[in-house]
Design a protein around this ligand. Structure first.
Ligand SMILES: [Cu+2]
Length: 447
């Protein structure tokens, strides 16, 4: 077991999250697997390698992904599954004009591993707008994976139009409720959770009481020494609530997992690598295969981040997860499409400056609400009874307009430049929010 000294304080934010981009440092390696970890991560940014995170009793250990070709047979066989996330098939804006091609590159990356993963987890946002042809394209590409099976859970983009009906029809066979399920592999218990349905105004991701009760029953009979892997789209820890990057009731779900000696939680949604260790539970978010998003709080809003074209492949990627049965440990390797170390730090500042200055000036007429940078403008609109209200999406991501009290029919998914109009006849105050990004809220006052 290694002692891991990655407490380079400037790398940690207020929530204790870290972005493993090269300055984490392993000072004292006491493991006996012949891999020298000492100082490795410190120079990783220059070495051009990826990294492996191992978990032993909740303590991360690591070794360079460049060692993968030199591992023993047993070590190779321990590579047993991989994670793909946020492929957003159908997205075609500046941040990535060809998300199908980058998903294909991710598939090629996994197919080139020394050992085929036994299965692949897709942690949601398979599509951009839940359209049938987007799901078809994703399936077509993922069929090329050299693996036995792909397991899915939905992202909010996959369930936006119909609260998950089409998603469940495709992927929900044998699943419970809104699509959650569990399975066992190589002595590890896997749990796929759904936290993107029935989102409430002002809230974060939600699991709901039914699913949490199911989880409690699901793990009840397991011995505490069983390694558990939980996967869900939105992070199951609070990464950055201002941007909706967290799950309201994750604590209640995780309470049922606290007794286990090794719990690994894999998420997507935020399109960058972040991790956190809490007791025996280790959280990890994967890169997207489609486009990067800014680091928490570094931009006016989340959303696609346009980076220099030559850098794109260094902020997109996959995660390979290795299980070492003799030790009961899990190791996560983040590999970018370029094969270079993740370049989030390098791209974030410039890209965000650009995003800020590129912010559109909305020219709005009376009775119009603009949507830009994850905001409704004006946030309070006052109109006379009998007038129409029109929302215009000027953002590069889709949004939904939903009345909190059901005063009007929920809008369709509004992509860039699309509008939605309602007529309000009764005086009163109407609260609404975006059902894709429930932190986005506004009001219409009818006089
Ligand atoms: Cu939204």
């Amino acid at each position: 077991m290694s002692k891991h000294q990655d407490r380079d304080d400037e790398r940690f934010d207020a929530q204790g999250n870290t972005r493993p981009t090269g300055s984490n440092y392993i000072a004292d390696d006491q493991s006996d697997d012949g891999i020298d970890r000492r100082g490795f991560l410190r120079c990783m940014a220059w070495a051009g390698t990826g990294m492996v995170w191992g978990l032993s009793g909740g303590i991360p250990t690591s070794f360079p992904v460049s060692r993968l070709p030199f591992l023993t047979d047993a070590q190779r066989k321990s590579i047993f599954f991989a994670q793909i996330s946020d492929s957003h098939i159908g997205f075609s804006k500046d941040a990535n004009k060809d998300v199908t091609a980058t998903l294909q590159q991710a598939v090629a990356k996994l197919n080139a591993l020394p050992q085929n993963p036994a299965f692949v987890l897709h942690t949601g946002d398979i599509t951009q707008l839940s359209k049938p042809d987007e799901f078809d394209t994703a399936n077509e590409v993922l069929k090329g994976l050299k693996t036995d099976r792909v397991f899915y859970i939905p992202g909010e983009h996959d369930v936006a139009t119909d609260n998950g009906a089409a998603y469940l029809q495709r992927y929900g066979k044998g699943a419970n409720g809104g699509g959650w399920y569990s399975f066992d592999h190589s002595g590890v218990h896997f749990v796929g959770l759904v936290n993107v349905l029935n989102l409430k105004a002002g809230g974060l991701g939600t699991l709901g009481g039914d699913q949490i009760a199911w989880l409690e029953r699901d793990v009840r009979g397991l011995s505490s020494s069983t390694p558990v892997v939980v996967f869900a789209h939105v992070p199951l820890w609070t990464v950055y609530p201002e941007w909706g990057w967290g799950t309201d009731d994750s604590e209640q779900a995780l309470a049922h997992l606290k007794r286990f000696g090794s719990v690994t939680v894999l998420n997507g949604h935020i399109h960058q690598i972040m991790q956190k260790v809490e007791g025996h539970i280790s959280f990890h978010t994967a890169m997207s295969t489609a486009f990067p998003q800014p680091a928490p709080g570094t931009a006016p809003s989340p959303g696609p981040m346009t980076v220099e074209p030559q850098r794109l492949a260094s902020v997109l990627g996959v995660a390979d997860v290795t299980f070492v049965p003799t030790r009961g440990t899990l190791a996560i390797v983040d590999s970018t499409l370029s094969g270079q170390p993740p370049a989030f730090d390098a791209v974030t500042h410039d890209a965000m400056m650009q995003k800020t200055t590129a912010r559109k000036q909305l020219a709005l007429g009376p009775g119009q609400v603009g949507i830009d940078n994850f905001n409704f403008t004006p946030s309070v609109l006052t109109v006379k009874a009998g007038s129409t209200v029109t929302w215009i999406n000027k953002d590069d991501v889709p949004h939904l307009v939903v009345s909190v009290k059901g005063a009007w029919k929920q809008s369709p998914v509004l992509d860039t430049d699309q509008r939605y109009t309602v007529t309000l006849t009764k005086p009163g105050t109407y609260d609404y929010f975006c059902a894709l990004h429930p932190k986005m809220q506004g009001k219409v006052v009818v006089q």
